[in-house]
Design a binder for this molecule. Structure first.
Ligand code: NAD
Length: 519
């Protein structure tokens, strides 16, 4: 008997005891710095001379750990081992599989601050953002475990047809390629992996090059609680080598990817090609980028709207697929909201996030991100009016810090209003009225999240119908989806709308077998 699913509570860092506990965890995690991690294929630990470092973006000279540069041969080996392991794992009862997730959740809960501390160091999350990431990872484990148990009762949904005895069983697909991004190094990695596993698949997980450290320790929870060898394989290396080989392998049955539009589209094409020896059509679950908007009309609570805009734009340095990188303000309130947004943004603190819970923004992830963001800031300076920020922040550690940046009077069709920047850059767009604002909101090729601040019932109803995004929020920010509460995934070029953390998610990793026996 399991208690009903409830979201993991967040840590209150105004309580000094929690601050002390988190600092202790940071110290413990820092004492692990400098190790070299192997590939894990089946029960083999494969150490390679060829490695790459995972570094702290606040102090790029600080190497946290070294990881093996896997190759296409390792992919082949991992897929073969997983294929073998699948033969028994697929018949392991669903409830037993679910218990591995529950056990991993319990252990992650016990070591919660360590997982969060790793993210503070590896990707520069603030304490609050890292804590929310770990809470979400625990939620995924708890939620998918329960969901799989529910799925085993699907035969009850069939229409009786005596004297036939009927069953509907959601059986697993096979070996899955799990390819996550770096920006939710615990939550997304845990969610994508555990969903595939609990559904009865064997997986090869290739974490993003920027965040293999957290991913390894998440996998370790499963290995330590005795998941059979070969069911969860851990393979590091360059996405375009290891990831690509996983996608193209004829024995890969499905690909679960979260990342950029560019890579997602490539994977979509490659997964569609039937390889020699392949006897199925691969399933591709692809969750991609966003150009999310917060829309504000003249009836809204403007103070709340300004707060929502700033939190959506600058939380985790704007590096969320759900980040509100556009604020669309109707002309009547444009100046007032702009002023409030600037006032709030000026107060944001930027720095190395291991300093304490009060640092709001850390570094962006790496030099490539700096280059891309600074390139867009240059473009934005010609397209709109630079109101705040726009510069790199020099530090003696050469950290990748960029000021929170706000552009005003940005045309809705400007590049900085259409393309995903994935950094702390906010475009303020002036709309003539609500109709115009909605039109601008829907004018990108993406469709992930959106928010509307309004007190007008009819406009909210209209936005409910017409604002074409997978996750729509009214009178609140457009980030912070909760497992089980706000199933998450987007439309159009934001992906296949797989709705992670929602009641249908596990169906993506199964196929339904209907059996009728005439008695
Ligand atoms: P990315 O596309 O660069 O990389 C994602 C993953 O793909 C990594 O593991 C990478 O190694 C791998 N990869 C790279 N090239 C590959 C190839 N040719 N074949 C196979 N795999 C390959 O994305 P990122 O920078 O890690 O993450 C940021 C992006 O992810 C943003 O666009 C963001 O919006 C998106 N994202 C989307 C969601 C969502 O739910 N829709 C959630 C988080 C992040």
């Amino acid at each position: 008997m399991l208690p009903e699913f409830r979201n993991e509570p967040l840590t209150d860092f105004s309580d000094e005891a929690n601050v002390i506990a988190f600092r202790d965890a940071l110290e413990r995690v820092k004492s692990m710095i400098g190790r070299t991690y192997p590939l894990i294929i089946g029960d083999e630990r494969i150490e390679l001379d060829d490695t790459f470092p995972s570094v702290n973006p606040a102090r790029p000279d600080e190497v946290l750990a070294y990881f093996a540069n896997g190759t296409a041969e390792h992919v082949d080996k991992a897929v073969k081992v997983a294929t073998q392991a699948f033969e028994t794992w697929k018949y392991t009862p669903a409830e037993e599989r679910a218990r591995y997730l529950l056990r991993a959740a319990a252990e992650m809960r016990r070591r919660k601050h360590e997982f969060s501390a790793m993210m503070v160091l590896e990707v520069g999350k603030s304490w609050a953002e890292a804590d929310a990431d770990t809470a979400e990872a625990i939620d995924f484990l708890e939620y998918y475990a329960r969901l799989m148990m529910k799925l085993t009762r699907s035969s009850d949904l069939l229409t009786p047809y005596p004297p036939e005895q009927l069953s509907l069983e959601y059986i697993p697909l096979g070996v899955g390629a799990i390819i996550p991004p770096w920006n939710f190094p615990n939550a997304i990695v845990t969610g994508m992996t555990s969903a595939a596993l609990v559904a009865g698949n064997a997986v090869v997980l290739k974490p993003a090059e920027q965040s293999p450290w957290v991913a390894y320790h998440m996998c370790e929870l499963f290995w330590e609680c005795g998941i059979p060898a070969g069911v969860l394989n851990y393979l590091t290396g360059p996405g375009e080598v290891v990831g690509a080989a996983m996608v193209e392998h004829p024995k890969t049955r499905f690909v679960s990817f979260t990342g950029s539009r560019e890579v997602g589209v490539q994977i979509y094409e490659k997964a569609a090609k039937v390889q020699p020896g392949q006897i199925w059509l691969k399933r591709a679950v692809l969750e991609m980028g966003g150009k999310d908007a917060v829309l504000v009309d003249e009836t809204a609570d403007l103070a709340a709207a300004a707060q929502g805009i700033v939190a959506s734009a600058f939380g985790f340095q704007g590096q969320k697929c759900s980040a509100g990188s556009r604020a669309i303000l109707v002309a009547d309130v444009y100046d007032h909201v702009t002023e409030q947004v600037l006032e709030l943004t000026r107060k944001l603190t930027v720095g190395a996030t291991d300093a304490g819970p009060d640092v709001y923004m850390g570094p962006v992830i790496d030099q490539d991100a700096v280059n891309k963001i600074m390139y867009y800031i240059e473009i934005g300076s010609a397209e709109g009016e630079l109101l705040l920020g726009g510069h790199l922040i020099e530090t003696d550690t050469n950290g990748y810090f960029i000021e929170p940046t706000v552009f005003g009077n940005v045309p809705g069709d400007a590049r900085i209003a259409q393309e995903e920047i994935f950094g702390p850059v906010l475009a303020l767009i002036r709309a003539e009225n609500f109709d115009h604002a909605l039109e601008i909101a829907n004018s990108t090729e993406y469709g992930l999240t959106g928010a509307v601040y309004s007190r007008d019932r009819r406009r909210l109803e209209r936005a409910r119908r017409e604002f074409h995004v997978g996750n729509l929020y009214f009178n609140r920010k457009c980030t912070g989806a909760l497992v089980g509460v706000h199933p998450f995934g987007g439309f159009n070029m934001s992906g296949t709308d797989s709705k992670a953390g929602g009641p249908d998610y596990l169906l993506l990793f199964t196929q339904a077998k209907s059996v009728a026996e005439r008695l």
